[in-house]
Design a protein around this ligand. Structure first.
Ligand SMILES: Cc1cc2nc3c(=O)[nH]c(=O)nc-3n(C[C@H](O)[C@H](O)[C@H](O)COP(=O)(O)OP(=O)(O)OC[C@H]3O[C@@H](n4cnc5c(N)ncnc54)[C@H](O)[C@@H]3O)c2cc1C
Length: 468
């Protein structure tokens, strides 16, 4: 079997090994080869010494002259599947043909929708990642990215929200192991004839491929953090072991938190960017990195709700779900993970919408009921629309208009953001695009979090690439 880092995966590995040994069967554990830097090249012998900050990790593995290693040759044949399938306990049964396998997998999804009140798939909107499983489809996607020049343009487009090619959309194939990170950038060195004549072929690293490589290193790093911190990946205090935050938890005794969580899941918070992303996620299994950061920050930092509930929701919904990437990124944004700025980094979803969805096209694509609006301010926070407009849109009495979960004051062109972007802030993303601000206040022994919310997306000049 292939070695993985999760706590449960390690438990399975031990169980498989024990059974194999008991029955005299050779047990072979393969190194997981879907990462960019091979485990054998990680320059730290002891996981406890892995750096707590990404930049230190990146500097330790760069200049990456010999990475990635060559991929393993495709096996000429695979051993036949066993002829005996162990009997399954009721109510489970083992399908014996492909169609039945698919039907069995879809059954839980088709029996009952996970949300009762989700808006239907909006008219004329298309999935940003119409995913087709399997290695062949993954390789087609890589060919398309290189052939069309999208890989080379990636740095300038990666913060997009809407469309097929603003980012690679390779995450699901990478997460499932249909492709490995090592197969993405061979064309730079002119090692793969099929790409001859494409933009950047044989010309070494360019801006776009450097930015893709950077993200692939983040992915590697997240996995190493799981190896280092083990079960802390799932603990509320995160890698930082910080249990001081008064996270709100939904339940019978907290009906307002319960309601807020439900509206967050349904995409009816009244915050356009968040609602669009949540609906997109539910209907397609995908939402962009920019949107994910805003959603996570909104739940954890604006609503103060237990970040683990968001991580679990993503785990249920994402087609590119990856243990370390998901839980590690949620921790990071929630302020308990390996972000050196921790809790101080807060995304302002209104400012972010102005920066990355100038006219509100993304929000309107997924929140169909807002399509009649043309003012970005109103699209991004519909409570700002006049009662007459709301009535015209059929939104009279809607909670999104009358009871937004959070109102954020943000003036176009106001001071607060850095970088002089068109909307009063940088449009390029700061250190991982997460702004900072705010402080701790321990008045009366109570731990309160105060934050400056206008400063999302600041630039950190120390990064070679404007990140997230
Ligand atoms: C709260 C939250 C949860 C996330 N959950 C997941 C998850 O379960 N699975 C997952 O693959 N990614 C996750 N990410 C990271 C990132 O959002 C996705 O990898 C990316 O949006 C996928 O789209 P893409 O393939 O077009 O990415 P691109 O921008 O094209 O990036 C190329 C590849 O680099 C890797 N990558 C990109 N961003 C990150 C990142 N922030 N951290 C680690 N690796 C990254 C991915 O493998 C991605 O396919 C999460 C991010 C956040 C903020």
């Amino acid at each position: 079997m292939t070695g993985e880092e999760g706590v449960e995966e390690k438990r399975e590995e031990r169980a498989a090994r024990t059974i194999a040994v008991k029955h005299g069967i050779e047990f072979k554990l393969w190194i997981d080869e879907k990462y960019f830097v091979d485990d054998r090249d990680v320059p730290f012998s002891d996981p406890r010494k892995y750096p707590d900050v990404f930049t230190s990790y990146r500097k330790a593995v760069e200049p990456l002259r010999d990475a990635p290693r060559k991929t393993l040759a495709t096996p000429k044949s695979l051993p036949a599947p066993p002829d005996v399938v162990p009997p399954q306990k009721e109510p489970f049964s083992m399908p014996d043909n492909y169609d039945d396998v698919v039907a069995a997998l879809l059954k839980p999804l088709e029996q009952k929708p996970m949300l009762d009140n989700i808006a239907p798939f909006p008219k004329d909107t298309k999935s940003a990642m119409p995913f087709e499983g399997g290695s062949k489809a993954g390789h087609h996607r890589i060919q398309h990215l290189i052939g069309s020049g999208s890989m080379t343009k990636y740095k300038d487009t990666r913060n997009g929200l809407l469309g097929l090619d603003f980012s690679t959309k390779l995450s699901a194939w990478l997460a499932l192991g249909c492709i490995t990170a090592r197969q993405l950038l061979d064309f730079e060195e002119g090692r793969d004839d099929q790409y001859k004549g494409t933009e950047g072929y044989g010309k070494g690293e360019n801006k776009g491929t450097a930015a893709v490589r950077f993200e692939l290193l983040w992915r590697d790093y997240m996995r190493l953090c799981t190896r280092k911190f083990g079960p802390r990946l799932f603990e509320i205090g995160g890698f930082r072991n910080d249990d001081s935050y008064p996270w709100k938890t939904p339940g019978r005794e907290n009906p307002e938190v319960q309601e807020a969580l439900q509206r967050f899941l349904n995409g009816t918070t009244g915050m356009g960017l968040i609602d669009a992303s949540q609906r997109e996620l539910y209907h397609t299994g995908y939402t962009s990195n920019r949107a994910r950061q805003n959603v996570a920050s909104y739940l954890a930092k604006h609503l103060g709700i237990n970040w683990k509930l968001g991580a679990e929701w993503y785990e249920c919904q994402l087609s590119d779900y990856d243990l370390s990437n998901n839980w590690g990124n949620w921790q990071y944004v929630a302020g308990v993970g390996n972000d050196p700025r921790g809790e101080a980094r807060v995304f302002n979803p209104v400012k972010q919408a102005f920066d990355y969805d100038h006219q509100g096209d993304y929000v309107k694509a997924w929140v169909e009921e807002l399509r009649g609006l043309s003012e970005p301010q109103e699209i991004f926070q519909v409570h700002k629309a006049s009662p007459e407009k709301a009535k015209d849109l059929g939104l009279e009495g809607s909670v999104m208009v009358e009871k937004p979960l959070k109102k954020i004051e943000f003036r176009v062109g106001a001071k607060g953001g850095r970088g002089g972007g068109k909307y009063g802030g940088s449009s390029r993303g700061g250190a991982r695009g997460r702004g900072r601000g705010g402080n701790h206040n321990h008045a009366n022994g109570k731990h309160e979090r105060k934050r400056t919310e206008d400063k999302a997306t600041q630039c950190n000049g120390s990064h070679p690439i404007p990140v997230r």
